[in-house]
Design a protein around this ligand. Structure first.
Ligand SMILES: [Zn+2]
Length: 393
């Protein structure tokens, strides 16, 4: 009776190439970059001289001859096709935006230092995990890989990436969803600026303290870059340090997002969150806060973990959730007002807790609008605090 849902996941592992392997990897990236730029040049010329637009197939058909003539150092054929597919994607995005009446920039040439990954679209063709735990990359050899967590599912593609001087392998896999035992617990989630999030039962999830330290570190690194002379070796070093600091913050954020989303999916069968796109609009300047990046990465992880576990995740329009009481009465507050008190129903809780309540209530309202009375919570919702996550104190 288990419904089989296939989910896609990425596993990221650190690679430890030898000095010679690093040179070989750099060469593969440089060649991929050269192919990308050449293909872009060809598209430009074809359009300028003949008014003709080339597509992926036009370009991919030439690959065989180019490779036969030994003009390309990118060793794996499918890897080369993937480079052309990336360019094709850039052009498709460009044309889509033109169609929408926007004025996008024409796809650009890439510098070798910015072209930092190659993808092997078919696992086993050019890239393979070996029994000895190493990753074999065609033209590079067997690279040491740190498998800090076991891989699950069937590997589909392998991407090798250079990130601020370090190398990583991204393995995309498809695996069967492992659904958790069903849960009737529900929660609303308010993503906040002070606490990371507040649940509708009043639980606050704090931002981890190490965020602050990492951000201070980031600011120091930024200042250092600004003070160094352009083009100097010291500046290059400072830029490298800054990239490392950014990567560190990114990793911490991802780690935190993994932990919190896993916990929520284990606890609740139904999770209601704010639609971030709308929240961004509504919050204006506040949306630029450091939390912004954290939120979207968190929601991405929550989304796939919920899907995998067979949980329901719903997004509601967050506008007004901090300006209304769950009883439906308006409750205007300025941003500095951290407490919610309603004179009508007597609800007295922290501000974000009230918002989380309201987010969960919005789901119930939506559910009722869309159903014909068959919604299981149609009866309860009229009566109690119960399904809002417990009676407020
Ligand atoms: Zn009220």
């Amino acid at each position: 009776m288990d419904t089989e849902i296939v989910v896609k996941k990425n596993f990221k592992y650190r690679l430890y190439p030898s000095a010679a392997q690093t040179i070989a990897l750099d060469t593969q990236l440089a060649e991929a970059c050269r192919l990308y730029n050449a293909a872009l040049q060809e598209r430009r010329d074809a359009y300028r001289m003949a008014g003709k637009s080339l597509n992926y197939c036009d370009q991919a058909n030439q690959l065989k001859d180019i490779r036969a003539a030994g003009d390309l150092g990118l060793i794996n054929a499918q890897c080369a096709q993937d480079v052309l597919r990336r360019l094709d994607k850039a052009f498709k995005a460009f044309f889509t935006r033109i169609k929408r009446g926007q004025t996008p920039g024409y796809p650009r040439f890439r510098s070798a230092s910015r072209y930092d990954s190659i993808t092997f679209p078919t696992y086993g063709d050019g890239a393979k995990l070996l029994d000895n735990g190493k990753l074999r990359i065609q033209g590079v050899g067997q690279i040491k890989l740190k498998r800090h967590r076991p891989i699950e599912g069937v590997i589909k593609t392998v991407t090798v990436k250079r990130e601020s001087g370090k190398w990583y392998a991204f393995l995309s896999v498809e695996c069967e969803a492992k659904s958790l035992p069903p849960s009737t617990e529900k929660t609303g989630l308010d993503l906040g600026l002070q606490a990371f999030a507040t649940l509708s039962d009043g639980t606050e999830i704090e931002n981890p303290r190490y965020y602050k330290e990492a951000e201070a570190c980031l600011r120091r690194a930024q200042r250092k870059v600004a003070r160094r002379k352009r083009g100097s070796n010291n500046r290059k070093k400072a830029v490298r340090d800054l990239q490392r600091a950014h990567a560190h913050v990114r990793n911490q954020r991802a780690d935190f997002a993994h932990k919190i989303s896993r916990m929520l999916v284990e606890l609740f069968g139904l999770i209601v969150i704010e639609n971030l796109k709308i929240k961004g609009l509504a919050a204006g300047m506040l949306a630029k806060s450091v939390n912004d990046a954290g939120w979207s990465s968190f929601i991405a992880k929550l989304t796939y973990k919920a899907a995998e576990a067979g949980r329901v995740l719903l997004k509601v329009d967050p506008r007004g959730t901090s300006q209304r009481c769950v009883c439906g009465e308006p409750n205007p507050k300025t941003l500095s007002q951290r407490w919610h008190y309603c004179e009508i129903c007597g609800l007295s809780v922290p501000r974000d807790h009230a918002s989380a309540f309201e987010i969960l209530r919005l789901f119930h309202r939506q559910a009722h609008v869309h159903s014909d009375g068959s919604c299981p919570c149609a009866v309860e919702s009229r009566t109690s605090w119960g399904l809002l996550g417990g009676r407020p104190t």
